[in-house]
Design a protein around this ligand. Sequence first.
Ligand code: CMC
Length: 431
Amino acid sequence: MAKDTGRKATLALDGKNYDFPIYSGTLGPDVVDIGKLYAQADVFTFDPGFTSTGSCESAITFIDGDKGELLYRGYPIDQLAEKSHYLEVCYLLLYGELPTVAQMEDFEGRVTKHTMLHEQMKNFYSGFRRDAHPMAVVCGVVGAMSAFYHDSTDINDPWQREVATIRLIAKLPTIVAWAFKYANGQPMVYPRNDLSYAENFLHMCFAVPAETYEVSPILSKAMDRIFTLHADHEQNASTSTVRLAGSSGANPFACIAAGVACLWGPAHGGANQACLEMLREIGSVDKVGEAVARAKDKNDPFRLMGFGHRVYKNFDPRAKVMKESCDEVLGLLGIEDNETLKVAKELERIALEDEYFIEKKLYPNVDFYSGIILEAMGFPTSMFTPIFALSRTVGWISQWKEMVEESSRIGRPRQLYTGPTARDYTDVAAR
Ligand code: CMC
């Protein structure tokens, strides 16, 4: 719970002073509660892009952008990536503590038993064009879940909220893998309960009925780490979208579909696809300088995808772990000589030494390396963002649950209106 510090922030406006309470959390900057500003002083705050606005109170994830620190429920991301695994991290994010052996077994069992989709949901896939982007398919199918699982859409019933949570975490891998299979023109592969979460996802993506598919332990470890590193990230654009959608009382499946839609943009989760496509477009090490020059040119909209972050201004701790995994996976797969990788390494080297990037604190983010690993694992670029969505589902649903359990007020921002003032309608003949 936030603590009232007893301190006040005073706003002096038109000869009057207005006091606002200052609260402390457990970490991070204090906040000024301006909830009564409009009622008292008849003005709004103005912060497009929310650079100085805390939209909610949350006890799930903490980021210190200057230190490059990311904590899930207090645990540093690098420790979780090294010592934990995705489903344990899911439990931690959802329930606040690391599970005991019995709690983990129970949770894993429940997730595993919900991996199948209602058989009729398969029909949705055939309604899409084969060349549809898998994010379009995932967005549609996740939204359609509310048409199939009516018994878990009552947000006021804790049991239904729990069932919806388990269903989303369990079924997203199946939904994403089937979008991949559909695009490939291959038969959908059903989930297997004897496999781990990451193994099962790889199995559903890469197995075909004609032969046996052995899941590589290297790839399943890398997959699990990618899931873990993307599991939650505080109040980013898609999470805020999920919270805003949820604040109206919309059901959890509809809210997560909204999160998927927001994640798709290239400034957010779509950056992993955009980054790899950019590396391919640069094509060779000798063209890297040209790309860096374009990124610095104010008159050119080109940006280095996979660089920069709204919050991290030192380094992205996820990128650090992802880079290690990237080296490990490529080494184990024997792909050190890949041209895309060479371009990535040269781009990273030049950008990290360049005054423009240093001054603007632009570092490689998680998406810079994840695409390289995913490509090495055999995924096409169009699957990168759906894999991000699958991983982030637990973060979205944890944040949604926290919000539903703690507040019931609809989110309703205000605006600075700059349109026409009131005017009379004119008949068409007089225009
Ligand atoms: N390449 C070149 N210049 C950049 C870049 C970049 N990737 N990112 C920011 N800048 C410049 C920008 O032009 C601006 O310069 P100036 O001050 O001269 O106008 C300055 O840096 C600040 O940029 P901003 O757009 O105001 O920063 P932001 O906090 O609003 O945006 C960002 C953050 C991540 C959207 C942005 O850095 C970006 O577009 N990066 C590329 C896309 C990307 O990799 N996104 C993934 C983010 S991590 C995963 C996730 O969150 O989903």
